[in-house]
Unconditional design. Structure first.
Length: 256
């Protein structure tokens, strides 16, 4: 899902207000759906619940009909890396699942995803999820004016590869705001001191996709679903952030 312009937008204070609203609702969708992610539930049932919640709150599910995508959320189970289409598949014990939510509130986009597990799961799958979340948290801690996107990618890559995992190269984070996908592209691998130098007012997602095996993916016949070529499992966490004068604001993280 990409449609990227050339130059990243520097957003003003009013844009931060809009993104807070969109990010908060996106996070609330994940909070709402969590109790329904249980053994025997279909991913299409989860999609319907999320759609109803989003619309009830006066917002729009951004993925629905975006470039032909047929559903309101992405549900990526086990070896599916991203863009899994909700359907009749029912969750079973041992599954891990990423739910990716993007909402439009007053024209602003809030984009976030998290992992769920249908317990009990294997310890190696829990470790994969924990490492992926750690990589995202570490990356967000680096975000501030003067940081390079290459610094973020390098940090993610260094951590996950030290644990024996691989970083997906085919997909990346992206600028966001009034557009669903905008500049810059946010790679989850790279070299320090390279890429865009961040400024206050840059908005983007960080969403590392980490594989237990090799990084290569393949797209299924539906034209959307991306899964690992080697059939090993993948995990992803995502937040939408805005660069502030002293660090970053995580628009899609609910306060405790």
């Amino acid at each position: 899902m990409s449609s990227v312009l050339q130059k990243p937008i520097i957003h003003d204070a009013s844009a931060f207000v809009g993104m807070r609203k969109a990010g908060k609702l996106a996070a609330q969708v994940l909070e709402y759906i969590a109790p329904f992610v249980t053994e025997g539930t279909s991913t299409d049932e989860l999609n319907t619940l999320c759609y109803d919640f989003i619309v009830h709150h006066g917002a729009v599910p951004a993925p629905l009909h975006y470039r032909g995508f047929p559903k309101s959320i992405c549900t990526s189970v086990n070896q599916v890396v991203c863009h899994g289409i909700p359907g009749a598949k029912r969750l079973k014990k041992g599954d891990i699942l990423n739910i990716d939510v993007t909402v439009i509130v007053d024209g602003w986009h809030g984009d976030t995803s998290t992992m769920f597990a249908i317990s009990p799961i294997a310890p190696q799958h829990q470790k994969l999820m924990d490492t992926t979340k750690q990589a995202l948290d570490m990356a967000m801690a680096l975000v501030r004016p003067g940081c390079f996107l290459g610094d973020i990618g390098h940090a993610i890559q260094s951590l996950v590869e030290s644990k024996g995992y691989s970083v997906v190269r085919d997909f990346c984070g992206h600028g966001i705001g009034r557009l669903f996908h905008d500049a810059p592209e946010v790679l989850h691998y790279g070299k320090k001191g390279t890429g865009l130098c961040l400024q206050e007012g840059h908005f983007f997602t960080i969403e590392p996709m980490i594989n237990m095996g090799r990084p290569e993916v393949r797209i299924l016949k539906d034209g959307w679903t991306a899964e690992t070529r080697d059939g090993k499992r993948s995990a992803q966490y995502e937040h939408t952030v805005g660069v502030t004068a002293t660090g970053c604001e995580i628009f899609t993280r609910l306060e405790d």
